[in-house]
Design a protein around this ligand. Structure first.
Ligand code: NAD
Ligand code: ZN
Ligand code: ZN
Length: 342
């Protein structure tokens, strides 16, 4: 019987992760143990490992909230899944189930929510302890490596687009064409929107074009706000900002059409200036959006299972995590790296 597992551990903020053999967790009442098959590497894992945000995870911890695997054991009282099921252990690891937000199916903002790979150990490990009430149910036919990016990058993009309140035929501007953004372009297209892609990197933009974006804007070339307003005839109806850059937030608000909605999803630490007069006089909505609910998760996965969106993935072993983090920090990961445990 195995008693330890390999994991990549954050022991100190801002330091390389340590590859360790740590105790194999055992599922208590209402818990399941998932044997990891694949786990995507999200930019949030970098923020977590750097201690970027006001509420920091307790050290040491195992990052990773795009972990997909098979249920291999369970404690007493589990009825939501069976041994052998393929599940995902997402950022929304658990919630209370009875506060005003949970009752309104807004469990993502529950004050008692736990976060996978942040307040609970995550998927950069051979096994993950999970709450079966909150795991993602991976549809038949969707491989673990293909499903991994959907359970954070996919659901966050999909929910963010819904929060833009846009109709088919309207313009969606996606700022940041990385892990989240390359999926946002595809969800936008699948939802009948016209997509404008914004990034600092021409290769990411060329990729967005292959995925169906009609307008491409490199913010390092000319005045991106003026270009977007001209090419969309007055600004995008919905703007989804995934870029981990404060500059992108300032620009995104200015790219929003009158009566439009700018949805903030990227999480660089800090604040950005908001042009109050323009926001007020143009009746612009600025809205935060945080991952997605379990319902959003099922919908986002259904798009992937139907072949309407497909994550572009680069497979790497767990042992490569530090070089993956360095490339992600420098913007050198084309779309999404997925750690492959097979
Ligand atoms: P990523 O590194 O894969 O992609 C970021 C992209 O932004 C890259 O393509 C990069 O070239 C581009 N970029 C950088 N600066 C830019 C600028 N000034 N203008 C336009 N584009 C720019 O990151 P990711 O995994 O897609 O995550 C993006 C952000 O979203 C992170 O801050 C992450 O923490 C956050 N996030 C939020 C949620 C949520 O629920 N709100 C969920 C997941 C991730
Ligand atoms: Zn994420
Ligand atoms: Zn709650």
């Amino acid at each position: 019987m195995k008693t330890t597992m390999k994991a990549a551990v954050v022991e100190k903020f801002g330091q390389p992760l340590a590859l360790r053999d740590i105790p194999l967790p055992s599922p208590g009442p209402g818990q399941i143990l998932v044997k990891t098959e694949a786990c995507g590497v999200c930019h949030t894992d970098l923020h977590a490992a750097h201690g970027d945000w006001p509420v920091k995870p307790a050290l040491p911890f195992v990052p990773g909230h795009e972990g997909i695997g098979i249920v291999v054991s369970m404690g007493p009282g589990v009825s939501e899944v069976n041994i052998g099921d393929r599940v995902g252990v997402p950022w929304l690891y658990s919630a209370c189930g009875h506060c005003e937000y949970c009752l309104a199916a807004w469990e993502t903002v529950c004050a008692e929510a736990e976060y996978g790979g942040y307040t609970k150990n995550g998927g950069f490990a051979e096994y993950i302890l999970a709450d079966p009430k909150y795991v993602a149910h991976i549809p038949e036919g969707l491989a673990a490596t293909a499903a991994a990016p959907i359970i954070c990058a996919g659901v966050t993009s999909y929910k963010g687009i819904k929060e833009c309140d846009v109709k088919p035929g309207e313009w969606l501007a996606v700022s940041g064409i990385g892990g989240l953004g390359h999926l946002a372009v595809q969800y936008g297209k699948a939802m009948g929107l016209r997509v404008c892609a914004i990034d600092v990197d021409d290769e990411k933009l060329a990729h967005a074009q292959r995925l169906g974006a009609e307008v491409l804007i490199n913010v390092r070339a000319g005045d991106p706000v003026a270009q977007l307003r001209k090419l969309t005839d007055g600004g995008a109806h919905g703007v989804l900002i995934t870029a981990p850059s404060l500059e992108a937030f300032h620009q995104g608000v200015a790219m929003t059409r009158k009566l439009g909605t700018c949805v903030l999803v990227g999480l660089p630490p800090g604040e950005f200036p908001t042009p109050l007069f323009d926001v007020v006089a143009n009746c612009i909505t600025i809205r935060g959006s945080f991952v997605g609910t379990r319902k959003d998760m099922a919908e986002a996965l259904a798009f992937a299972a139907a072949g309407k969106v497909r994550a572009d993935i680069e497979l790497q072993p767990l042992s490569a995590i530090n070089s993956v983090f360095e490339r992600l920090q420098r913007g050198e990961v084309p779309s999404r790296v997925v750690l492959d445990f097979s």
